[in-house]
Design a protein around this ligand. Structure first.
Ligand SMILES: O=P(O)(O)OC[C@H]1O[C@](O)(COP(=O)(O)O)[C@@H](O)[C@@H]1O
Length: 253
């Protein structure tokens, strides 16, 4: 598994030991949401930031992946589903591991929603992908949310702890979950997870400071970094927002 370990290590800053992954895969699920038109420009600029990776769907990776600085890891999203689908929490594999590799992937991403009638399929997909990706030495990031019929509160700390644990138990190399806001239970799950845990940002918050505070709390509790999208690319000044997030994660230079 040396290939997997080496490639995962490149998604972490050697000095801070933390990771900032800029997630730009929302066009498939959400369509033409505000900020989506800035993605091409952001891909050109990310090399000058202190981010370690970007998440893209395969189409953008093929068309614009070449604009991304070689020092920035390309994480290709293998899961797809739109907000119009029934049920909305369904995610299917829309890209294979070899296809992602051909499109330049340094890692792949699978999205699993737990707590619904399609959970078994999404978990099965994660199982297939971890096996295929590890045969090729590619790390797998599992983005795991509690979403669907059985779920009342998607940010329930116990469910987020379970999501973290699930990713670690099922062989992901990185697990990305939303921050529950409860440091104790989050930290208990993150610190005992066999792989690094990143926090996602969720829908755009009223101010970036709210996101930065959550990031600080999550890092203090044991998170190893962030995988954030909308709170950066929907910000009026996305490059400045990315700089603030990287500074919060890696510390001031
Ligand atoms: O910080 P964000 O915008 O939540 O992005 C992080 C990750 O969460 C996702 O947006 C999935 O969550 P959603 O289904 O809520 O959009 C991924 O597509 C993305 O990679």
């Amino acid at each position: 598994m040396i290939g997997t370990t080496r490639r995962r290590a490149r998604l972490f800053d050697p000095e801070s030991g933390k990771s900032v992954i800029l997630s730009l895969d929302h066009g498939a699920s959400d369509g033409m949401i505000p900020g989506i038109e800035k993605i091409q420009e952001m891909l050109g600029a990310v090399g000058s930031s202190r981010a370690q990776g970007v998440v893209l769907n395969k189409g953008l990776a093929r068309s614009w992946g070449g604009n991304v600085d070689q020092r920035v890891g390309l994480v290709i999203q293998l899961s797809g589903g739109t907000k119009h689908g029934l049920p909305t929490y369904n995610k299917s594999l829309v890209c294979s591991v070899p296809e992602a590799l051909r499109a330049g992937a340094d890692a792949v991403c699978v999205h699993v929603n737990l707590g619904n009638d399609l959970e078994d399929r999404m978990l099965g997909d994660l199982g297939v992908v971890t096996d295929e990706a590890h045969q090729l030495g590619l790390p797998v990031m599992a983005v795991i949310y509690a979403r669907g019929g059985q779920i009342v509160n998607e940010l329930d700390p116990a469910l987020i702890g379970h999501s973290i644990r699930l990713g670690g138990e099922l062989g992901a190399d990185l697990v990305a979950v939303p921050f529950s806001g409860e440091s104790e239970s989050f930290g208990r799950a993150a610190r005992s997870c066999p792989v690094p845990v990143l926090v996602t940002g969720g829908p755009r918050k009223a101010s970036l400071d709210i996101v930065l505070d959550d990031i600080s709390q999550a890092l203090e509790a044991g998170a190893s970094g962030v995988c954030v999208g909308r709170n950066i690319f929907q910000h009026p000044d996305p490059i400045a927002a990315l700089a603030k997030v990287t500074e919060r994660v890696h510390g001031a230079k």
